[in-house]
Design a binder for this molecule. Structure first.
Ligand SMILES: [Zn+2]
Length: 152
């Protein structure tokens, strides 16, 4: 009895560790946001882009196209290449939309953080990157005055 209880508490502890790991929560948020974002993208494709494309190029519904390989009322075998074509076209449209969205987001991000990355402090002897307030290089172990290393 005691053994199984121990096992159960060990399992519980392991589960707690697993569920409370930071990246599990992050992943859950990512999946949920991703699903919600997927709805936006599919709506953008189905409600905005597909009608526009249909308006410009005519009706692009290929899903009904097929080759009948074997005739038969119930056991007919058909090659539904139209449906496949439709899915490929939808994928291309979704990929293009995502590309446009990501490009726009990157542009926004760049505007938000215009400050360029601070120049890393370099060791005057071996030119390795070192901490800002270091007085000894961790790479070549040279000792230096903190001020001399700030300038090249
Ligand atoms: Zn060095």
């Amino acid at each position: 009895m005691a053994n199984s209880k121990e096992k159960a508490s060990g399992l519980l502890k392991e589960f707690k560790e697993f569920a409370l790991k930071g990246n599990v929560v992050d992943m859950a948020v990512g999946v949920i946001i991703g699903a919600a974002f997927g709805n936006i993208v599919s709506s953008l494709v189905n409600d905005i882009f597909t009608p526009l494309i249909a308006c410009i190029f005519g009706d692009m519904d290929f899903s009904g196209l097929k080759i009948v390989l074997r005739e038969g009322a119930e056991s007919a075998v058909t090659l539904n290449y139209g449906n496949f074509l439709q899915i490929v076209i939808n994928f291309v449209i979704v990929a293009l939309c995502l590309f446009a969205v990501i490009k726009a987001m990157n542009k926004l991000k760049k505007k938000e953080e215009p400050k360029p990355a601070e120049k890393p402090r370099l060791c005057p002897y071996c030119k390795s990157e070192i901490a800002k307030d270091a007085t000894r290089c961790p790479h070549c172990t040279s000792v230096f005055d903190p001020v001399t290393a700030t300038k090249k």
